[in-house]
Write a protein that binds this ligand. Structure first.
Ligand SMILES: [Zn+2]
Length: 448
């Protein structure tokens, strides 16, 4: 008897698991994911690490930062030939203003950017994948000393280059920017320049996927070797939160539903949908403990941005001078990287970015009705401003759950569910003709 019950229980549990992990892969996106190559990634990292240094303030045209920037530009330009004229690339020069921290006087600097123009002239959205080109050794202001920066952040830069290669020949309604920033180590200078320009020119940025330190799978100290997980950092309290935003967050209990948290959930869902043997870990922080990254420059201006990083960092090979000490090789060298691991993280990026740039924009005016007390929940919304939705998912999760747990599909712009808003969180996302989902929108209360 017990044995039979146990058997039935197991069947029930396993069918529950399978029903919640139904995988539908868009064949074109799956193909892009399959084209991400560890060999290509390794070749970019080795080339980037071969320059003496990519320090932000280095000016050596043969073996320094300018040479490395020309290399990235040449890669972008070679891929642009497959784009039918839609991809263009440039070195965007700007001046880092002197500050009272690391930059003593105004300094010339440059980001390298490839733009894959969207095919829909009515779609103003821009999606950004980024990494930082600049490297450093122990002394953050040493602009001459050897600093290979293979993993920090040759790895993120290599992912940016590889996605430009894979995506150049593909068509997306929205525009995609592939960005190799400079000045990250001196205080997010290149990212701040671009994020401020984007705010000033009122760019419609859909999402920023910032990749920093994504190509190593073995930890220092704890000796963990694991190529099965990566991390996504997303802010809990928005960096640009106003008093009014804080008030709404408090009374709706939305402290786990910032825009960047929705993006982090999206990357986990889509990444795990397309990349086998890989788990995306949500970290409920804007960045690692007391540390920062280029996504912060965008978050400060109210844009939706996350940081993607490897699971286990190796501090023998981060911000260290290249040397051997007590039998240990220090320095950020390519031989300590795991290029198959870097392939998986890059593949999560391409799956997420391709889905985002294919999907319609988010539903507008997403609201939850609070007209009278009820044990059911009614959501209302308007169609997306950009692109066409074939329908919508209303998402639901327990208040204690990190990820959305149920998806209800509808072609209407309202849905009533027999679940109480006192006990669950809800959100709505738009679904495009080919099944690509927009980011989810957390509702605001409404008397409708
Ligand atoms: Zn970095």
């Amino acid at each position: 008897m017990n044995k039979i019950l146990l058997g039935i229980g197991l069947i029930f549990i396993s069918s529950t698991v399978f029903s919640q992990t139904l995988i539908h892969r868009d064949p074109e996106i799956a193909k892009m994911v399959s084209e991400v190559s560890s060999d290509s990634l390794e070749s970019y990292v080795r080339k980037l690490a071969s320059f003496d240094t990519r320090h932000t303030l280095n000016t050596d045209p043969e073996n320094g930062m300018p040479a490395a920037q020309n290399y990235v530009l040449s890669k972008f330009n070679s891929f642009a030939q497959q784009s039918g004229g839609r991809m263009t690339a440039e070195i965007e020069n700007f001046v880092i203003p002197a500050d009272d921290r690391r930059i003593k006087e105004d300094a010339p600097a440059a980001n390298v950017i490839a733009t894959l123009k969207g095919t829909d002239p009515n779609d103003p959205r821009v999606f950004i994948i980024s990494g930082h080109m600049d490297s450093r050794n122990k002394d953050v202001m040493d602009k001459e000393g050897i600093a290979p920066g293979a993993n920090d952040d040759g790895s993120g830069t290599a992912a940016v280059i590889e996605l430009a290669r894979v995506m150049a020949s593909r068509e997306f309604p929205a525009t995609i920017l592939f960005v190799a920033f400079t000045g990250e180590e001196e205080g997010l200078k290149g990212a701040t320049y671009l994020a401020d320009k984007a705010a000033e020119q009122e760019w419609n940025i859909g999402a920023v996927l910032n990749n920093d330190i994504i190509g190593n799978s073995s930890s220092s100290g704890t000796l963990i070797k694991d190529n099965l997980k990566m991390r996504v950092f997303s802010e809990t309290i928005p960096a640009n939160e106003t008093e009014e935003m804080a008030r709404i967050r408090r009374y709706t209990g939305a402290e786990n539903d910032s825009k960047s948290r929705q993006l982090a959930r999206y990357v986990k869902e889509i990444g795990e949908r397309y990349v086998d043997q890989f788990e995306v870990k949500l970290i409920y922080r804007a960045d690692r403990f007391l540390r920062g990254g280029d996504q912060t420059a965008f978050a400060r201006n109210g844009f939706t941005a996350i940081r993607i990083s490897e699971m286990n960092e190796n501090f023998y090979h981060q911000h260290e001078n290249v040397r051997v000490e007590n039998g240990i090789q220090y320095g950020d060298l390519p031989e300590f990287m795991d290029f198959e691991y870097l392939r998986k993280v890059s593949a999560v990026n391409v799956a997420s970015l391709a889905t985002l740039a294919s999907a319609p924009s988010q539903p507008e005016e997403v609201q939850i009705s609070v007209r009278g007390l009820s044990n059911s929940s009614t959501l209302l919304w308007e169609k997306p401003a950009i692109g066409k939705a074939k329908g919508y998912y209303v998402l639901m999760r327990e208040t204690s759950s990190p990820m959305w747990e149920k998806k209800f599909f509808t072609t209407e712009t309202t849905m009533t569910l027999p679940y109480s808003k006192d006990n669950y969180f809800f959100a709505v996302q738009a679904v495009g003709e080919d099944g690509a989902e927009s980011l989810a929108v957390f509702p605001t209360p409404s008397n409708r």
